[in-house]
Design a protein around this ligand. Structure first.
Ligand SMILES: NC(=O)c1ccc[n+]([C@@H]2O[C@H](COP(=O)([O-])OP(=O)(O)OC[C@H]3O[C@@H](n4cnc5c(N)ncnc54)[C@H](OP(=O)(O)O)[C@@H]3O)[C@@H](O)[C@H]2O)c1
Length: 337
């Protein structure tokens, strides 16, 4: 590959883009001044739970505050949060040659389609990042969980196939799927814990060890799964347990859950969902790309998704409240107590 462009150098962009560079591919990072300043000062350090610890020194990083004109990358990775998709797609459309493949490595279901509507000449692929990445220090990104990257495409997509080969050199798997929707919905179901975690005000591990929060997470998932079944949409299994069995596990008493979900609980003690950070810093959250997507699925079936709708409303009302919900308060707010 002659070059990859990362649009949105944050947690996902720096980690996946950094890995791609470590695999020997020239990578250009487009990011905000805060992140670029950190990378210029410290370089880019990547670690993971499997013992990876690599550093790319500042002079080897190609950093830009906007997509550079005249660049013709083989592949672009769209790594902004959902609320920034349209503006990022418009910025890319202004400079990239027609037909350039772009993979959306974003959560949710509709980002690639939204970007395609803004920039139809580019070739958009949905993608999925299964693992958690946290910025541990300026210029330092850590992968805290595992799994293979996924993207919509086939072996005849030459840029994707070349990226797949490159990533394999650094031990990262990329699976290509003709239809990524089942994988995206599987990930969305798991991401329905993000708003629960954000409203709990606790680290993920602490939150998951409280049965009341797990009941809320399970109820949001169950509502979504019932709608997906009604719509005849398949859901990929991304955890050791199939989605319905996971719901049963979440309902178990905490002593049982702690033993049965030991693998799920292998999370850094202080790790939180990025939605928790967004609330703390007064940023727009991705709630519309998660619960909002379930509400839209319900509407497409002329049904409702009252739990996901209520959860979306609670997250959007956070600026007026700014006080974490105890498990019993959250159950009550959703009408589950
Ligand atoms: N972090 C994870 O563990 C993880 C895992 C799986 C999937 N995801 C998904 O991946 C996506 C990215 O998440 P993230 O955690 O990497 O977000 P992030 O850390 O906020 O990174 C995105 C970066 O892109 C910047 N940006 C936005 N628009 C831009 C533009 N036009 N030009 C240049 N930079 C721009 C953002 O700046 P501003 O903040 O100023 O907008 C931010 O610095 C989300 O959809 C998320 O749900 C994240």
């Amino acid at each position: 590959m002659t070059g990859v462009l990362v649009m949105g150098a944050g947690s996902v962009g720096c980690f996946v883009g950094g890995l791609t560079q470590l695999a020997g591919v020239p990578v250009h990072f487009v990011g905000r001044p805060r992140v670029l300043a950190h990378l210029r000062e410290h370089g880019l350090r990547l670690t993971d739970q499997d013992g990876l610890d690599r550093h790319i020194p500042p002079p080897q990083l190609r950093l830009h505050d906007a997509p550079p004109a005249g660049l013709a990358p083989d592949l672009v990775l769209l790594c902004v949060k959902s609320g920034a998709t349209a503006s990022a797609a418009a910025a890319l459309a202004g400079i990239l040659p027609e037909g350039t493949p772009v993979v959306s490595l974003q959560n949710g279901i509709g980002n690639a389609a939204q970007a395609r509507a803004v920039a139809p000449p580019l070739r958009w692929h949905a993608g999925m990042v299964p693992f958690n990445i946290a910025e541990l220090a300026p210029g330092y990104y850590h992968r805290g969980t595992g799994g293979a990257l996924a993207a919509e495409g086939g072996s005849d997509d030459t840029a994707l196939a070349a990226w797949q080969t490159a990533l394999a050199r650094v031990g990262m798997k990329l699976k290509l799927h003709a239809d990524l929707a089942p994988v995206q919905w599987g990930k969305l179901l798991l991401n329905l814990n993000n708003p629960v975690n954000a409203l709990s005000g606790r680290p993920l591990r602490d939150e998951l060890l409280q049965r009341g929060y797990r009941r809320v997470f399970a109820a949001l998932q169950e509502e979504a799964l019932n709608l997906l079944a009604a719509a005849g949409r398949p859901v990929a299994q991304l955890t050791p347990l199939p989605p319905r069995r996971l719901i049963l596990l979440l309902h178990m008493p905490s002593v049982v859950f702690r033993l049965a979900a030991a693998r799920m609980l292998r999370i850094d003690a202080q790790a939180r969902s990025s939605m928790a950070d967004d609330l703390a810093q007064g940023r727009t959250t991705e709630i519309d790309a998660l619960c909002g997507e379930v509400v839209r699925l319900a509407a497409s079936l002329r049904r409702t998704a009252p739990l996901n709708a209520r959860m979306q409303a609670l997250v959007e009302a956070w600026p007026q409240r700014q006080r974490p919900y105890a498990p019993s308060e959250l159950l009550k707010a959703l009408g589950l107590s």
